[in-house]
Design a protein around this ligand. Structure first.
Ligand SMILES: Nc1nc2c(c(=O)[nH]1)N[C@H]1C(S)=C(S)[C@@H](COP(=O)(O)OP(=O)(O)OC[C@H]3O[C@@H](n4cnc5c(=O)[nH]c(N)nc54)[C@H](O)[C@@H]3O)O[C@H]1N2
Ligand SMILES: Nc1nc2c(c(=O)[nH]1)N[C@H]1C(S)=C(S)[C@@H](COP(=O)(O)OP(=O)(O)OC[C@H]3O[C@@H](n4cnc5c(=O)[nH]c(N)nc54)[C@H](O)[C@@H]3O)O[C@H]1N2
Ligand code: SF4
Ligand SMILES: [Mo]
Length: 731
């Protein structure tokens, strides 16, 4: 049978069975259905196809859930969701096992033993909410409203944690952002006046430093990068101390010495300015501070940078020329996680400056400005509390902290020191600081400072394990979410909606219901006097017809101009131009141009421990996922063969990794995919919580070992500043 006649016969078959009418069934679904139908020799009972958006990481890829008899049996990508280019990654597929994890939290639990001892008592929701409200009221009375801390992870319900904190009266709210991207955002915001998107698809030349797009998935960049390279002739140059999947697919990979990227970037600027490779009209009209920059980068010759970062001077000069040749369809990729070093804001500023100098902005293939998504806010007027502390507990410790995100590490230090005041209550939603913040022991100390800790999660995470009250949350396939506006470079400015695909499992409730329940008990109910569908209606009020389109397609597009947004517009900076030289920094006593400092030398017989992603793991939340566990059963310590030899370590040996704050045992993976002075392991493994059967006692916890420095401009975590010893354990 020819391929085309086969296609026709399949189509006819589905017409007959009514499956085509079921809508956007993915390719895999069609084949699966076919097999099943053939086996039964009768038309299959069509399953329900329901739109949703993945929640296995922050990307929110559009999906279609296949629901049979009230059970999700498969998740397929929604091909109309352009941001992910019709893709669901391995973790997205494994979402089913997150929802049906036998270890899921099932009902409210109250701690009855010591913290971390794992003794719990099942209580009713009414008891749980009464208790939470009563404890929150007590903290507010005894320690003023700011005596309570609220932490929320990446989630569409997290806005309700912020709303609750505000009406309760606390300024102390933290998010994942100060463990992740605030230094990067700061750097680009303070150069271009906003945080850009990267037009990877149309780029001709990409330098990727401190990012790993083929494993650390960010949509559409990860998919577009492959298309750009395979179909559009884009060149990719990667700087990473590890030979990542991105490095492997790059045209050029340099195992850069950790912490020296700024020297490389400033040397690029040195060559670009020295050889006049920039567009003088662009620089004159759109940028501020070329003269100062030119003077500043004189010292950063390719030879100087080569000595620092280990990339040959000729290669640096050549890359500068090639990048300038491709500009403006070129970029130093901005990256995302920049929680690396104490000077990460300035490191990322050097990335932004090279882009500004070359005009890689607001045009195809460069960095793109944000576009309007059109969702309306739902305003409310929070009460004012005269009797309160003046500011956040972590205020004024670093010059350019983002007020809304705060700094988790500075907050933790302040809580421990009770300086400038005491915090005694903590409400935590969908974030797992015990696994994702450096120095786990210190986080436990922080827990121990609290009179009462409430955690809302789907799993007994380590953070839940140390709490007083643990509340079972609905997963993404069980709940109503507010609408979310998403952008993805040239791919889209769109809105996605998430409705329940199945009935909530066990006694799980949504965060919104939890907040509403507590608010009602504290006379704050008026601020939560609505339902999520009502809230959504308000969000969509200026997008007539959007609701219907969302029901039909699972996604609503909000078409707007992609390029040339800044034509005739001023930049939101002091000089109203792209700031190569930052005037505000100068006024505040921060280096207005990034000044390179040599990173601390790795002490003899030690290694720098770095973090990074794997496509099968999401931070501290997937090590207990049965499907992903099959593909990646544990974490290992990557160590270079020469280093291993020196310490008498062979592949598979058990080693002890030890820093000034903690030690862990883990199997060594001897590999030349890492520099000799650096070691690496994945996060999320070896939980303290015994109620995560696949993650507990499996591999090592990196949070136990990392020491926890921070970026001196924003307070973002510095995850690459820990030195460790690695010793073979004698069996
Ligand atoms: N599969 C998967 N995808 C994800 C996530 C996930 O958990 N899993 N998380 C999402 C989130 S929240 C984020 S923030 C992004 C993060 O994505 P990215 O921003 O790409 O960050 P990472 O992969 O954490 O780290 C990037 C790389 O920096 C390298 N590196 C270490 N030190 C240096 C250095 O001094 N210089 C240079 N040039 N490189 C260095 C590390 O080896 C690592 O490979 O990924 C997102 N996508
Ligand atoms: N060592 C190390 N530390 C890191 C990083 C690293 O690469 N290495 N990366 C950093 C970065 S970039 C980031 S963004 C942060 C992220 O750090 P976190 O915000 O802590 O993110 P996760 O570890 O994914 O934790 C998410 C928590 O939410 C829970 N959860 C999942 N789905 C649901 C749900 O539907 N409802 C509820 N209520 N809970 C749910 C999970 O069980 C888990 O406990 O970590 C940072 N810390
Ligand atoms: S990248 Fe993967 S895990 Fe993240 S939202 Fe998309 S499908 Fe889900
Ligand atoms: Mo992140």
């Amino acid at each position: 049978m020819s391929e085309s006649s086969q296609k026709i016969s399949r189509r006819d078959f589905f017409k007959a069975s009514g499956l085509i009418a079921a809508g956007a069934v993915g390719g895999g679904a069609v084949l699966g259905g076919l097999r099943k139908a053939r086996a039964a020799a009768v038309p299959v009972k069509p399953w329900d196809s329901k739109f949703s958006a993945c929640d296995m990481c922050f990307n929110k890829c559009g999906l279609i859930a296949r629901v049979e008899d009230g059970v999700v049996t498969k998740l397929d990508p929604n091909s109309k969701f352009l941001k992910s280019r019709g893709m669901l990654c391995a973790r997205g597929n494994a979402g089913i096992d997150q929802v049906y994890d036998p270890d899921r939290l099932k009902y409210p639990l109250l701690r009855v033993g010591e913290r971390g001892e794992g003794k719990w008592k099942r209580i009713s929701w009414d008891e749980a909410l009464d208790l939470a409200a009563q404890k929150m009221e007590a903290v507010r009375k005894d320690y003023l409203p700011c005596g309570h801390l609220f932490s929320a992870g990446t989630d569409l319900h997290s806005q309700f944690v912020g709303r609750f904190a505000e009406v309760y009266g606390s300024f102390n709210v933290t998010s994942h952002e100060s463990l992740c991207l605030v230094s990067n955002n700061r750097a680009f915001l303070d150069t271009f006046g906003e945080v850009p998107f990267a037009d990877v698809l149309n780029s001709k030349y990409i330098v990727m430093a401190g990012a790993n797009r083929f494993e650390a998935l960010v949509t559409p960049d990860s998919i577009d990068l492959m298309t750009a390279m395979r179909e559009n002739g884009c060149k990719l140059v990667t700087l990473d101390p590890r030979y990542t999947k991105t490095a492997a697919l790059s045209d050029e990979w340099y195992p850069v010495k950790p912490g020296t990227d700024m020297a490389f970037m400033l040397a690029l600027a040195h060559v670009i300015i020295g050889e006049k490779l920039y567009d003088p009209q662009w620089v004159e009209e759109k940028t501020y501070g070329l003269e100062q920059l030119a003077e500043h980068v004189k010292q950063y010759t390719p030879g100087f940078a080569a000595d620092q970062c280990g990339i040959p001077a000729e290669a640096i000069a050549r890359i500068a020329r090639e990048l300038a040749e491709a500009a403006p369809a070129a970029m130093i990729y901005p990256g995302r996680r920049s929680s690396d070093y104490e000077d990460s804001t300035q490191i990322r500023r050097s990335f932004a400056i090279v882009n500004g100098l070359l005009g890689n902005w607001d045009r195809p293939g460069g960095l793109l400005a944000a576009r309007v998504v059109g969702l309306k806010g739902v305003p409310y007027e929070a009460p004012w509390y005269d009797e309160n502390h003046e500011d956040r507990i972590d205020a004024d410790k670093v010059p350019m902290m983002f007020e809304h995100e705060g700094s988790f590490l500075l907050t933790r230090d302040a809580v421990l020191a009770e300086d400038p005041y005491a915090i005694r209550g903590w409400f935590i939603y969908k974030t797992n600081p015990m696994a994702t913040v450096p120095n786990r022991k210190k986080t436990i100390e922080m827990m121990n400072k609290m009179d009462f800790v409430t955690v809302v999660d789907i799993a007994m995470s380590d953070t839940a394990w140390y709490a007083d009250l643990v509340l079972p949350s609905q997963s993404y396939l069980e709940r109503y979410d507010p609408c979310s506006g998403l952008q993805g470079s040239s791919a889209c400015a769109c809105v996605v909606k998430r409705d329940p695909v199945i009935e909530p499992l066990y006694e799980s409730r949504s965060l919104f219901d939890v907040m509403k329940g507590i608010a009602n008990r504290m006379e704050l109910g008026e601020y939560f006097d609505f339902t999520i569908p009502e809230y959504r209606e308000k969000q969509l009020r200026e997008l007539p017809g959007a609701e219907k389109i969302l029901d039909r397609d699972g996604v609503y597009y909000n078409p707007s101009k992609v390029y040339g947004i800044y034509d005739g517009r001023i930049y939101k900076t002091l000089s109203k131009k792209i700031e190569l030289y930052n005037q505000r920094y100068e006024q505040m006593g921060i280096d207005p141009l990034p000044v390179y400092t040599v990173p601390t030398k790795v002490p003899a017989n030690r290694f720098r421990l770095v973090v990074g992603r794997n496509a099968l793991v999401t931070q501290g939340s997937t090590a207990n996922n049965a499907l992903l566990h099959q593909l990646l059963p544990t974490n290992t310590l990557w160590i270079n063969p020469n280093a291993a030899k020196k310490f008498n370590i062979t592949d598979g040996d058990l080693v002890e990794v030890s820093s000034s704050v903690g030690r862990q045992e883990i199997k060594a993976e001897v590999t030349d995919r890492i520099r000799e002075d650096t070691v690496y392991m994945l996060s999320g493994f070896n939980t303290l919580s015994t109620r995560q059967h696949l993650a507990h006692g499996n591999g090592a916890s990196i949070a136990e070992i990392l020491e926890g420095g921070y970026d001196t401009v924003t307070g973002n975590a510095a995850l690459h500043t820990t030195f460790v010893t690695v010793t073979r354990k004698v069996a």
